[in-house]
Design a protein around this ligand. Structure first.
Ligand code: ATP
Ligand code: MG
Length: 351
């Protein structure tokens, strides 16, 4: 079997820099290398509803925003099947069969789910759909027999769960699903980019993000107010790099070419860090450098976004057309699953 890529995002907000370095950048590279048989990107609206059941406007409004973010950042929907999860109802059907193969305690042990339950204050009353979303995510992946999943680190437990479900299905009913591999970004910091508050990961639900669609002024303001080293008060004070968000973002985004362009007094990031640690380098200078790098990345994305916003209908049309194509693939998988489970009753007809 060839390379089948699948990945996606929840339409709970615009895409942010965490998405960009965690997954979107890799997705665009994979697309441009062209070394794949099939490539799907799913906008996970039904998954977003699992913790936004009463907040449907958020999901509805952000669906098109996420699609625009993809295309603005460089995803080409002619090459990649970008589709809407709820328009492929077969994914629910597959989830139903998989739910019989997973125990409640296994879901409760999933470390990402545990964190997210705490963040959402679901401890006392967890929506079943939410607890079950790793199973539905396994269905999303296995419906297309995808084997390469570009994701951030928080998704590793979901990929592990998907592997287990595939394995249990194959052992119980017969061989159908292949191996599934996560593809993490090369730099460790990119696999879990921290939020502007310096605490948890950058996440739409935590409101600590720089969004791809933020205008120039907003990006600058966010960077200028980012968390650094609280003990670095005077420029001459030695500064800490660890836990300093501005340096974390430089680790994620900065390349040597940026020094030549924006800060030629330094050769590379090591030199800049060394000066900061020694004392004598102010936060403002480092923040302005980061701002230059981020603005350079976001300017073309903002421009493309403006164009797409003029013709939203054509973006919806692409999504609808692709969702139909995705549906056909998922239907074939269900038919194979039913054959193996032994409930494809059409096969029982004598004539
Ligand atoms: P929500 O808060 O609604 O869960 P989110 O910001 O976590 O939203 P998702 O849609 O859940 O975003 O994640 C989509 C993809 O982006 C996943 O592959 C995830 O691993 C990756 N991702 C999300 N946040 C980060 C981050 N801060 N660093 C690296 N990757 C990230
Ligand atoms: Mg998330």
């Amino acid at each position: 079997m060839g390379k089948i890529i699948l990945t996606g995002d929840r339409p709970t907000g615009n895409l942010h820099l965490g998405h960009y370095v965690g997954s979107l950048k890799t997705r665009i590279e994979l697309q441009n290398q062209g070394d794949f048989d099939k490539y799907y990107i799913m906008i996970a609206d039904t998954q977003a509803l699992t913790d936004n059941a009463k907040n449907t406007d958020k999901v509805k409004n952000n669906l098109i925003q996420v699609a625009i973010d993809y295309i603005s950042a460089g995803i080409d929907p002619e090459k990649v099947c970008v589709f809407i999860q709820s328009m492929v109802p077969e994914l629910f059907e597959i989830t139903g069969y998989f739910m019989n193969l997973v125990s409640l305690s296994r879901l409760q042990r999933n470390p990402t789910i545990k964190d997210e339950i705490k963040q959402r204050k679901f401890e006392k009353s967890i929506p079943i759909g939410f607890l079950n979303y790793p199973v539905s995510q396994a269905a999303d992946i296995l419906a297309f027999n995808a084997n390469l999943i570009p994701v951030g680190e928080d998704q590793l437990p979901m990929i592990e769960q998907t592997r287990e479900i595939a394995h249990t299905f194959n052992n119980t009913y017969g061989e159908l699903f292949g191996n599934v591999e996560a593809l993490l970004p090369k730099k460790k910091i990119c696999a879990r980019l921290p939020g502007l508050d310096g605490k948890l990961k950058m996440s739409k639900s935590l409101g600590n993000c720089i969004y791809l669609c933020d205008d120039e002024k907003t990006v600058r303001e966010k960077i200028m107010s980012a968390y650094t080293d609280p003990n670095h008060i005077k420029i001459s004070d030695p500064g800490q790099i660890e836990g300093n968000i501005v340096f974390s973002y430089l680790d994620a985004f900065c390349e040597e070419k940026h020094f030549a362009k924006f800060l030629p007094q330094y050769k590379n990031l090591d030199e800049l860090k060394e000066h900061y640690q020694r004392g004598g380098l102010g936060d403002v200078k480092v923040k302005l450098f980061l701002n230059d790098i981020v603005q350079e990345l976001l300017t073309p994305i903002r421009e493309k976004r403006k164009e797409l916003e003029k013709d939203i209908d054509s973006v919806y049309e692409i999504l609808f057309k692709n969702s139909q194509k995705a549906r056909e693939v998922a239907q074939k998988t269900i038919s194979k699953m039913k054959n193996l489970i032994g409930i494809n009753y059409a096969n029982f007809l004598k004539k």
